[in-house]
Design a protein around this ligand. Structure first.
Ligand SMILES: Cc1cc2nc3c(=O)[nH]c(=O)nc-3n(C[C@H](O)[C@H](O)[C@H](O)COP(=O)(O)OP(=O)(O)OC[C@H]3O[C@@H](n4cnc5c(N)ncnc54)[C@H](O)[C@@H]3O)c2cc1C
Ligand SMILES: Cc1ncc(C[n+]2csc(CCOP(=O)(O)OP(=O)(O)O)c2C)c(N)n1
Length: 580
């Protein structure tokens, strides 16, 4: 066998780590690696139109599969474009390896053409970011990068100068085994004992769950059933915890609904499980709080804490379930379930607009029809902006659907690129991008990627011709809207010009048929729904700082809007509650 070059060895290691594809844009220093991929049948090069898309797509792929995904950018501007998507992946704890190719090694530090220092630039959005400065160093450095990304769930960046990539690879002394799965972390005995004691002593315990409860649905339900706890959740926890949940009291935060706020404030003991819910103003400061998290550095960073439990959600619950005393009294639970159902009922009553008849089309109507029509195992990707509201309120989780967005980084334009990554993991699965017109047009070039690879992503465009969420912020702050108007093309015509299926919908009566036809279409499709820019009314008591940045929220107030199928679920959960 001819001796390998560094690029070929690099690609071999990626294949061994299970990487199926690299998203990126080719160029200069990256060419040896791209050529090695061309000659390796176990891995594909996915040519996107913007490197930010590459990073978002890799992040989405990793979130869907739970496995390592990868992206690449050429030297200087090429890899700089990755940065926003990498921030998102890192904050979403998605294992992603980014290859930032670098200028010739002899020129580094001399202000050469396109020179940047990726190993410095990407430090803040990665667990590991290093430069490969010799062929001999490459295998161990790449493996270390992979172990960081997989082991710590996040981004690793390796910077590789093009000249080193093209050099002959040294023989490797030994193959190094790679980490492929995570261990489960069992908390210390002292923490378990203390938590059992706190639970046994408390009359009213509430669980507040986040995405760290993924895969622990059965344990959470058994635990809540034994200690008669209502369960609230954070947005990223919704897809894992809200379905088949007789203890559900809704979501907290400004987009929240139901009785999550009350349940977290009226208990004696609040247990935060696998959540990094950032809006600390929505968390209580006068009840006991215990937190379970696999990352010790996340313990106590959002609220005061009476007990910090470093452990896996599932493993910790398995330890707790047999140890805690069962509680017979379900008064608190039933009161919260009733409050939850009443709150949703109230929202629905207050929400009297006949959304299904309104012109321009009401976005909540679009989201509710989409929820009904979408497959049971559909993947929804959600643009930052008002689509967050529609997805949080209307997309019904069932344990098989996935809903991913830039929930923790909060970047616009994420939905289409994330849909690309999600669709590559399974071209048969229904993938729906819930896009805002601002977000879509920001990375619109990658609509062409759908066409190029015949990816059957369905883009549902909530086209309100404005940067709606910011308009809302301005309105609440008493500012006139400024810089928020989008002069848009007929996006359906654009889609057709690109070679995809495209349809524009302006009347509510045409919506269902158009969505059905698009979802049925075999290839990429876009439904440009002209929606009402003034769709969401704000309760009068809401104040500016509660909305701005979505970080300063200081009350239980929620945005006014419908709640989709959640009312039915809440009603069925109180059907068996007596004496209320
Ligand atoms: C415009 C906008 C508005 C938003 N409004 C809201 C809102 O109103 N309400 C809301 O809830 N969110 C809202 N969000 C999302 C919000 O910013 C956060 O992303 C979200 O609340 C975090 O959810 P989480 O705690 O489930 O997930 P994460 O922040 O991902 O936290 C998960 C935690 O679980 C831990 N973990 C991971 N695995 C395990 C394991 N196996 N065992 C134990 N722990 C584990 C992690 O270390 C982490 O600490 C909004 C986002 C946007 C963009
Ligand atoms: C990259 C980036 N730029 C700006 C913002 C600030 N921002 C948040 S939401 C939003 C408007 C989104 O508009 P659009 O995609 O049209 O969705 P809408 O809110 O109108 O539904 C803006 C500008 C951001 N979060 N990310």
């Amino acid at each position: 066998m001819a001796k390998q070059n560094v690029a070929e060895q690099f690609v071999d290691i990626l294949v061994r780590a299970g990487v199926k594809r690299l998203y990126g844009v080719v160029g200069d220093s990256l060419n040896p690696v791209v050529d090695a991929i061309r000659r390796n049948s176990a891995i594909d090069w996915i040519h996107v139109r913007h490197e930010e898309t590459a990073a978002f797509a890799a992040g989405a792929e990793a979130q869907i599969t739970g496995k390592l995904a990868a992206c690449a950018g050429s030297c200087g501007p090429g890899n700089l474009h990755l940065i926003n998507g990498l921030y998102d992946a890192h904050r979403s704890m998605a294992p992603v390896l980014a290859l930032a190719s670098q200028i010739p090694s002899s020129e580094i530090g001399l202000g050469y053409f396109q020179e940047t220092h990726p190993e410095r630039l990407f430090q803040e959005c990665s667990h590991y970011s290093e430069l490969i400065s010799s062929p001999k160093q490459m295998p161990r450095l790449l493996q270390t990068a992979i172990q960081h990304a997989v082991g710590q769930s996040g981004v690793s960046v390796v910077s590789l100068p093009g000249d080193i990539a093209a050099e002959p690879a040294p023989e490797r002394a030994a193959e190094t085994a790679l980490v492929t799965s995570r261990p489960s972390v069992r908390p210390g005995d002292a923490e378990i004992e203390k938590l059992v004691e706190m639970i046994d002593e408390a009359d009213k315990v509430t669980l507040f769950c986040g995405s760290g409860t993924a895969g622990a649905h059965a344990e959470v339900m058994e635990f809540a059933g034994k200690i008669k706890s209502p369960i609230g959740h954070a947005l990223r926890g919704k897809e894992w915890i809200q379905y088949d949940n007789p203890y559900d009291v809704g979501m907290s935060g400004l987009l929240g609904y139901g009785a999550a706020y009350e349940a977290t404030h009226e208990c004696d003991l609040l247990i935060l499980i696998g959540t990094d819910f950032p809006y600390n103003a929505f968390l209580p400061d006068d009840v006991k709080i215990a937190q379970i998290d696999v990352r010790p550095e996340h313990l106590g960073r959002r609220s005061k804490l009476d007990l910090a439990v470093w452990g896996d959600a599932k493993e910790t619950l398995r330890c707790l379930i047999p140890r805690v005393k069962p509680k017979g009294d379900r008064k608190f639970l039933d009161r919260m379930l009733k409050k939850h159902a009443d709150a949703l009922e109230g929202v629905v009553k207050a929400y009297t607009r006949k959304v299904e008849k309104q012109v321009p089309i009401h976005p909540e109507y679009v989201a509710s029809v989409l929820d009904e029509l979408a497959d049971e195992d559909a993947v929804f990707t959600v643009d930052t902006g008002m689509c967050n509201v529609w997805a949080a309120r209307y997309i019904t989780p069932n344990g098989r659907r996935r809903v991913i967005g830039s929930f923790s980084h909060g970047s616009m334009a994420n939905a289409l690129p994330m849909a690309i990554g999600a669709q590559f993991t399974d071209t048969e699965r229904q993938v729906i991008s819930m896009s805002g017109d601002g977000g879509f047009s920001m990375l619109m070039g990658d609509f062409l990627t759908l066409v190029q690879y015949d990816l059957p992503v369905k883009v549902v465009l909530f086209n309100n011709s404005s940067l709606g969420m910011v308009e809302l912020e301005m309105l609440v702050a008493g500012l006139p809207s400024y810089g928020t108007t989008n002069k848009n093309p007929d996006f359906a015509a654009v889609a057709r010009a690109c070679g995809a299926y495209g349809v524009r919908v302006e009347k509510p009566k045409d919506l269902e048929g158009a969505l059905k036809a698009a979802l049925k279409h075999k290839g990429p499709a876009l439904v440009d729904v002209v929606t009402d820019p003034n769709a969401l009314s704000i309760p009068p008591k809401i104040s500016a700082e509660m909305v701005t940045g979505f970080a300063l929220s200081a009350s239980k107030i929620v945005l006014d809007g419908g709640v989709g199928r959640m009312l039915q679920m809440a009603r069925s959960n109180i059907r068996n509650v007596r004496g209320l």
